[in-house]
Design a protein. Structure first.
Lengths: 492, 307
């Protein structure tokens, strides 16, 4: 069930109404049943995989808590093996098998392992990481093992964040299932506003510009120069609006019922460095990697070479987490290099800012840093979006090929303009997409560091309603409907 | 909760009303059904709106009519005195005939309409009715035994919105006006395998279950109310109504079950069973082939000629 579908809207309405109508002691059961239905709306049988890991982790949590200190690790490893085993089995088996086949082919030896035609369970990487965080936190003694099986199952399966996060921590979420959430008009209105904003980002921006991005990335060899740059810049906004739109809907839906999920995005394209970008982008995943991989590896409290290795390794794994493809590994590796480069160039850059006087001109320096960071991040997105390394290489090496003639022809020749600027689609697609991006960025600028709830609360009622109507009309008239577009992160 | 509920209504009501009001080009609504029924919707639109040829006698019905009534042949047999039009459209639903009839009256002023009927009257809406019908028709559709009333309104608004999107982003299909084809008959020369027909006939006999008077009344209220509306519209515009029986192969009812209803509004033409029992006349168990259509059309032309 996709968030951007009528099915979901009806489901959400019924689940919420019944949730508030039920007595508190029954609510967990209702939410668990609703979450099961939500998950089973995709591929019903995959609920068994989820059930398996839930059972393993539930008992692992209790066993870790009860076990003598020297035995705790055994149960933790058992849980990690089960979770990562399922993840690898479904997500990486074919990928690793293909690599093995290629390597054996060099010998040449026939690869005896078959390629399996298995569909990746939705959100597997997300709920696996959430489950892992539970057992690790119990192992570390930061979280008590959950004795109520239903509540634990709900922690893993809570429908708003089941398939694409935010990846929650047990300390933040588990206790909320025991709290009684009252019907609070202000909170519900805040949640609904956030959902509306999420729908706008997904349906009006992400899905609209996806038409242009797909046009180029599905057949990149038909383009060089400016079209590749335009498609890549647009993809940066597409993925942001797609994923942060999903997160807004998830956080908003949870908020309506009284649950507080963690923030997942904080205007990432305003970051002044790649390191800062990762503090603003997919925050729940970055902090997960920081807490459960980077710091256990030693973090920055090691020698410089090891520190650089830790950074690089974490981003390599982060890339692999996103998908079983060399393109994702390359994307992760590129970000690893960026961060290492950021550290290595820190002192020379500060000197450069001092010599050029940029330190005195704060706004210009900030604009320069934001632009450079966005360019680096955008370049890395090429690998994330390309279907294979061949396409990624083609796009990366042809970004500036013929750029001069593109700029010249764009103004002189209508047919060329249609190909170069509008990417062989109706101009209305580009104008609508970019107009909506502009609107979103203006809204971001207006909001500053305040939340939507704070901004809206400060406005008079007529302005609030005007904004609701404007967003609803933009969604209706300029959104993409029909066959609901899947969220990009669902595949992970 | 009351405050939230009221705010929701205040927020959504104007939006829903606005959606009804959206000015969508009617041709685009018909063009959007590309892929359905061999793109026949856009042909019907252009035949009515862009083709100057009249339509004096019009056949309304399902694919039985579309395949089985050769409008060109009938026009020839009637010595071109009348302009004949086959407006059959795949699948059943008297609500669509009502919608087409209004379009027809607005553009061609027909003298007579001939509505296809079968052994059993269809009790449900036509699947494309909400796509082509006007706001008024969708909103005032009979509520009694119409389980699709609300979904129909939703589909109607959704399709209008979808069409508006296609207009904004210029993705409309079938932009070319089709004025070169005067006749709506679409059929095939092939003949069905007689075993296939026998199996279908057997199945029909097995599946026939007698229904109580209450159930018949209950389910028939929906089509009957449409026949009443069609009857009223035709009376107002002085259009003669005739019903034509075109069953599937092996139909156990030799007469339409709703014969008395049809007789309230016009004559009912029952073609000889020799046409429908001849296995060489069928393309499949539901549709006449070209030979069958030829035979039926000759018979229909004779009936029209008599009058």
């Amino acid at each position: 069930m996709l968030f951007n579908s009528l099915h979901f809207l009806i489901y959400f309405f019924i689940v919420t109404i019944v949730y508030f109508a039920l007595k508190h002691k029954l609510r967990w059961f209702w939410l668990l049943a609703a979450s099961c239905y939500f998950y089973m709306a995709f591929v019903p049988v995959y609920i068994l995989i989820l059930a398996f890991t839930i059972i393993v982790d539930y008992f692992a949590g209790i066993s870790i808590e009860r076990a003598a200190p020297k035995n705790k690790k055994f149960f933790l490893i058992m849980s990690l093996v089960a979770n990562i085993g399922v993840l690898c089995g479904f997500k990486y088996y074919n990928f690793l098998n293909e690599i093995l086949g290629d390597l054996l082919g060099l010998a040449p030896i026939h690869n005896p392992l078959p390629i399996l035609s298995i569909l990746l369970p939705l959100g597997l990487s997300f709920h696996t990481f959430q489950a892992i965080s539970y057992t690790i936190e119990v192992y570390r003694g930061h979280q008590k093992a959950e004795r109520h099986f239903g509540i634990y199952a709900l922690y893993v399966m809570f429908y708003p964040q089941l398939v694409a996060g935010p990846i929650e921590r047990p300390q933040n979420l588990l206790h909320q299932f025991r709290e009684k959430h009252q019907f609070d008009y202000a909170r519900i209105a805040d949640g609904l506003r956030l959902m509306l904003w999420g729908f706008f980002k997904k349906v009006v921006i992400a899905d609209r510009i996806a038409i242009l991005v797909n046009q180029v990335y599905d057949n990149p060899s038909a383009y060089t120069g400016l079209p590749l740059i335009i498609a890549t810049v647009l993809f940066a906004f597409q993925i942001f609006c797609d994923f942060s739109g999903y997160s807004d809907i998830a956080i908003g839906a949870a908020k309506v019922m009284g649950f507080k999920l963690m923030t997942n995005f904080n205007r990432p394209y305003f970051a002044k460095s790649v390191a800062e970008f990762w503090k603003r982008w997919h925050i729940s995943l970055s902090t997960w990697f920081k807490d459960y991989l980077y710091i256990p590896l030693g973090g920055n409290r090691v020698g410089i070479p090891r520190w650089y290795f830790n950074l690089f390794f974490v981003f390599l794994i982060s890339g692999l987490w996103h998908g079983a493809n060399f393109t994702f590994i390359a994307w992760g590796a590129l970000h690893g290099f960026y961060l290492i480069g950021n550290l290595m160039l820190h002192t020379p850059l500060e000197k450069f800012y001092g010599i050029t006087g940029l330190n005195k001109n704060g706004q210009f320096k900030k604009a320069l840093q934001v632009t450079v960071t966005f360019a680096l991040v955008r370049f890395a997105w090429i690998f994330f979006r390309a279907q294979n390394m061949h396409d990624a290489y083609y796009i990366a090496t042809n970004l500036f090929n013929g750029l001069g003639s593109d700029l010249k022809n764009m103004f002189s020749d209508r047919a060329a303009r249609n190909h170069i600027l509008f990417l062989d689609k109706n101009p209305a697609v580009l104008w609508t997409g970019t107009g909506a991006i502009l609107l979103m960025e203006l809204a971001h600028r207006h909001m500053g560091n305040r939340s939507i709830a704070e901004v809206m609360a400060a406005k008079p009622k007529w302005q609030r309603w005007g904004i609701y109507y404007a967003i609803l009309l933009l969604i209706l008239f300029f959104g993409v409907f029909g066959q609901a577009q899947q969220f990009i992160y669902f595949q992970f | 909760m009351k405050k939230l509920f009221l705010n929701f209504i205040f927020l959504l009501l104007p939006i829903v009303l606005l959606l009804y009001w959206i000015p969508v080009n009617k041709r685009n609504l018909y063009a959007g059904l590309t892929g359905n029924c061999a793109n026949h919707a856009i042909w019907i639109f252009d035949r009515l709106h862009n083709n100057p040829k009249n339509a004096d006698i019009v056949f309304l019905g399902s694919s039985h009519t579309m395949n089985g009534i050769d409008d060109s042949l009938i026009e020839n047999l009637l010595k071109n005195k009348e302009d004949i039009l086959n407006m059959g459209y795949c699948q059943l639903g008297v609500d669509l005939y009502y919608s087409f009839l209004q379009e027809l009256i607005a553009t061609k002023h027909p003298k007579q309409i001939i509505i296809e009927v079968r052994g059993d009257e269809n009790r449900y809406r036509h699947p494309i009715f909400p796509y082509l019908a006007s706001n008024k028709d969708v909103l005032t559709a009979p509520l009694f035994f119409n389980p699709d009333f609300f979904s129909e309104n939703y589909e109607h608004l959704y399709y209008k919105l979808e069409t508006l999107h296609k207009m904004i982003f210029k993705e409309t299909e079938n932009d070319k006006i089709q004025i070169d084809q005067n006749f709506g008959c679409r059929n095939f020369p092939d003949t069905a395998v007689s075993e296939q027909l026998s199996i279908a006939k057997e199945k029909r006999l097995q599946h026939q279950k007698p229904e109580s008077h209450f159930a018949t009344w209950f389910y028939m209220e929906f089509p009957r109310s449409y026949y009443q509306m069609i009857g009223g519209l035709c009376k107002k515009n002085k259009i003669k109504i005739t019903f034509l029986y075109i069953p599937s192969y092996g139909e156990p009812n030799k007469l339409p079950a709703e014969l008395l209803t049809y007789k309230l509004y016009g004559n009912v033409l029952i073609p000889p069973s020799s046409i429908f029992e001849n296995t060489n006349f069928w393309f499949d168990e539901g549709h006449l082939n070209q030979t069958g259509a030829h035979a039926l059309s000759i018979w229909v032309a004779r009936q029209l000629g008599k009058k």
